[in-house]
Structures are given as structure tokens and as C-alpha cells.
Design a protein around this ligand. Structure first.
Ligand code: HEC
Length: 132
């Protein structure tokens, strides 16, 4: 019985791990695609594409809705950076909000300036997980 329980616990742990890394992979692919759409929207003069890219990233970013959820995707030795990780996702959100507002009021150059903040937020979080 004990062995079976242990086996089940190991399977459950492996299952959880697979789910966490699948979720990261799927959502990060979305982040990448959203960023690409935004850049194409600026290049090809397509505001809907910019807005669509913003929505895609915003949705993917929801996985880091608080410090606890951000901590889930950090390696054990980086747990002390959970708050910084959450804050980088929060600044990603506010930079997207800013870009969206500028697009809506037709200030496209100002909207494009927000890209720096978006990429900075992506990089801030990646720096933690990747040890940059
Ligand atoms: C709050 C943390 C966080 C933020 C913000 C974040 N990422 Fe990630 N990202 C991760 C983690 C964790 C991984 C997985 C570990 C790794 O690849 O280093 C990852 C990996 C990736 C990968 C590689 C995926 C793969 O399959 O190898 C891409 C692409 C990516 N992110 C794009 C982005 C983009 C674009 C943004 C911003 C629009 C962004 N990420 C913002 C945490 C974050």
C-alpha cells in the first residue's frame, strides 16, 4: 500500500511538473507571437494587429497574477525573486495598457515607445530564470 501511495505521489508530482512547463511553453509562445504581431502592426500600418498582439500578450501574462503564481515558475534557488518576477509581469501589463491607450488616441509614435518597456519587462523576468 505504501509503495502504491508513493508511486501515485511521484506520478502526481511529475504530472504537475509537466503541466507547469507545458503552460509556460504555451503562454511564452503566445507572448512571442503577440510581440511579433505588435512589431508587424507598426511596420505594416495595421492598428488592429497592434491591438491584437497586446491582447494576446495580456492574456498569456495572466498566469503571473500574483507573487505566488509567479513563484510557481521559478527554480527552487530563485524563489527569493518571486516578487521581482511578479513585478516584471505587472510592469509588462502597465506597458501594454499604455501602448493600447496611445494606439486608441492615434499617437502611434508614443505607442511605439512603449515597446521598450514591454521588452524590458520580458527581459527582467527572463534574467531571473536564466541567471543573466
Ligand atoms: C514573470 C516572468 C516572465 C515574463 C514577464 C515573461 N516571461 Fe518568457 N519565460 C519565462 C519563463 C519562466 C520561461 C521558461 C524558462 C526559460 O526559457 O528561460 C520563459 C521562456 C520564454 C520563451 C522561450 C520558450 C521556449 O519554448 O523555450 C520565450 C520565447 C519567451 N519566454 C517570450 C517572452 C516574451 C516575448 C515576453 C514578454 C512579452 C515574456 N516572455 C515575458 C518567464 C517570463
Amino acid at each position: 500500500m505504501k509503495k502504491i501511495l508513493f508511486g501515485l505521489a511521484v506520478l502526481a508530482a511529475l504530472g504537475l511538473q509537466a503541466t507547469a512547463s507545458d503552460k509556460i511553453k504555451t503562454n511564452m509562445d503566445s507572448m512571442r507571437n503577440g510581440l511579433q504581431s505588435i512589431q508587424d502592426g507598426f511596420s505594416y500600418n495595421n492598428k488592429d494587429q497592434i491591438l491584437g498582439g497586446i491582447a494576446t500578450i495580456r492574456k498569456a501574462n495572466e498566469m503571473f497574477h500574483d507573487t505566488k503564481s509567479a513563484a510557481k515558475y521559478l527554480p527552487n534557488d530563485k524563489q527569493k525573486f518571486a516578487k521581482v518576477s511578479f513585478l516584471s509581469s505587472y510592469s509588462l501589463k502597465t506597458n501594454l495598457d499604455q501602448m493600447e491607450e496611445y494606439v486608441k488616441i492615434n499617437k502611434i509614435v508614443d505607442a511605439s515607445d512603449s515597446i521598450a518597456g514591454v521588452v524590458h519587462s520580458c527581459t527582467r523576468c527572463h534574467a531571473i530564470v536564466r541567471g543573466w
